[in-house]
Design a protein. Structure first.
Length: 217
């Protein structure tokens, strides 16, 4: 992605005709330029998904309820359980965004608030996994915790006092029901971020459920 075929062909051709140290330097610079272009375009595409997802549902016909009350989708699926509709590409990009993770404010059972690096992805065991990492002041990341996600809880009540912070009225809240820790609550800065997380995790759960049905689990 990003590096044009003609550019790559030129680089390969140059590699065959290397004769001197200067040729090697030129070839290295050309290859680096191609790779940087690919990385830039990929990052730009992922950034645009954050904007598009705010107005484009990830799964047409799929409603998200409160902790398990989601509607059935009529979208056709492949043998792997992937959704076969126009939103499949957006859904795949959204999965990558959630797997990379981002900083979300988490509330403990006692009401304490902590920033966590949160990511959600389909684990090699076939389960949707929530991973939370704590970031120290120095920037080091420690205390990685993983939990199996069972459901998404939407439209949670606002946390006490959060309406007093900057843009507090714009904040939205959701929870992830986990196998061990129960419901883990998070705060989103706005509706767009809320939609990306709730719709994205719900899509991952739907994919896992379809795969289990196909495999007779």
């Amino acid at each position: 992605m990003g590096a044009e075929r003609d550019h790559l062909a030129s680089v390969v051709s140059s590699a065959v005709n290397v004769r001197s140290h200067d040729d090697i330097s030129t070839l290295t610079a050309a290859a680096a330029t191609a790779l940087r272009g690919a990385a830039t375009l990929k990052a730009r595409a992922l950034k645009e998904v954050w904007n598009i997802n705010a107005v484009t549902p990830l799964e047409r016909g799929t409603g998200i309820g409160r902790c398990g009350k989601s509607k059935n989708s009529n979208s056709s699926t492949s043998d792997s359980g992937e959704i076969m509709n126009g939103d499949n590409v957006l859904g795949a990009c959204n999965q990558e965004l959630l797997a990379r993770g981002t900083a979300l404010l988490k509330r403990t059972r006692k009401g304490d608030l902590h920033w966590k690096i949160v990511s959600v992805y389909i684990h090699r065991t076939g389960e949707v996994m929530l991973k939370m990492k704590s970031r120290h002041v120095a920037g080091t990341i420690t205390k990685k915790k993983k939990n199996v996600v069972l459901d998404v809880c939407t439209n949670l009540a606002a946390w006490p006092g959060r309406h007093l912070v900057d843009e507090g009225e714009e904040r939205r809240y959701f929870g992830l029901k986990t196998e061990v820790r129960g419901v883990v609550e998070f705060e989103c800065r706005n509706q767009r971020e809320y939609d990306i997380w709730t719709q994205g995790v719900s899509r991952l759960l739907s994919i896992v459920a379809r795969r289990q049905n196909l495999n007779g689990v």
